[in-house]
Design a binder for this molecule. Structure first.
Ligand SMILES: [Zn+2]
Length: 242
């Protein structure tokens, strides 16, 4: 699937699921999370939007295994190097990063960062905002350096806005896990499928070759508009005063 499709499904997943997660007793009342309350405040307008952006960015993480993809150029050489590393570790495109193991590991890792290492958490949040912006097409076509500069500026701006609205990131791990997972689900809908149960080699593909062809008419002309409308609708539904 294309970057923007993944990013949009990530935002939709968060806007759709956040209230349901907030209602789970485990995430709000268990003794382990009681002080932080993993979803505490995650439903306020600013945090709901921040969560949607972060989840959209996390939905791009699995494709960092593809160094020549646009997404790898988000922050210029920084994300390109990161992408090279991810690609090398995961064994090329649509390998280990397109699995349940990866989604759970990233979610737990982000949750750990959010609770123990504020600088690491902020780096992660900034990276995810940048990936989300890049995925929806922020940048100048054909100008790598210019695109990276614009993205750095906008990402810093958005991060500052979230900071000024005192957005907390207790829910970071959940958003990252969901974002990675929705990416894997999305790629399973394509004709190439995903190794969901990696390290087992089996590929999960839709039967009878009904999988979506990446970047073709259906994805660009039909799916993209539907997803955009869904995001606007969900934002309105969640944020409009009743
Ligand atoms: Zn992918």
């Amino acid at each position: 699937m294309m970057g923007h499709t993944h990013a949009m499904t990530g935002a939709i997943a968060w806007l759709g699921l956040a209230p349901a997660f907030a209602a789970l007793p485990l995430l709000t009342e268990s003794s382990r999370f009681i002080e932080t309350g993993i979803m505490a405040g995650a439903l306020g307008p600013a945090e709901l939007v921040a969560g949607a952006v972060v989840c959209a960015g996390a939905a791009m993480l699995p494709d960092l295994d593809h160094p020549s993809a646009t997404i790898a150029q988000t922050f210029g050489p920084v994300t390109w190097m990161l992408s090279k590393g991810v690609s090398w570790i995961s064994g090329g495109h649509r390998g280990a990063t397109h699995s349940l193991v990866f989604a759970v590991a990233m979610g737990l890792g982000a949750h750990w960062l959010a609770n123990t290492y504020p600088i690491g958490r902020d780096i992660m949040v900034v990276l995810l905002i940048g990936l989300a912006l890049r995925a929806i097409g922020v940048g100048i076509p054909g100008n790598k350096a210019g695109s990276a500069m614009i993205n750095v500026g906008l990402t810093a701006g958005l991060y500052a806005v979230f900071l000024s609205l005192s957005v907390g990131y207790a829910w970071l791990g959940l958003a990252v896990g969901i974002g990675c997972l929705i990416h894997v689900v999305g790629d399973c809908m394509t004709e190439r499928g995903c190794p969901v149960l990696w390290p087992l080699g089996a590929k999960f593909v839709l039967p009878w070759k009904i999988g979506i062809k990446t970047g073709k008419k259906f994805e660009q002309k039909i799916l993209a508009p539907i997803l955009s409308v869904a995001i606007i609708g969900l934002l309105y539904w969640r944020l409009a005063p009743v």
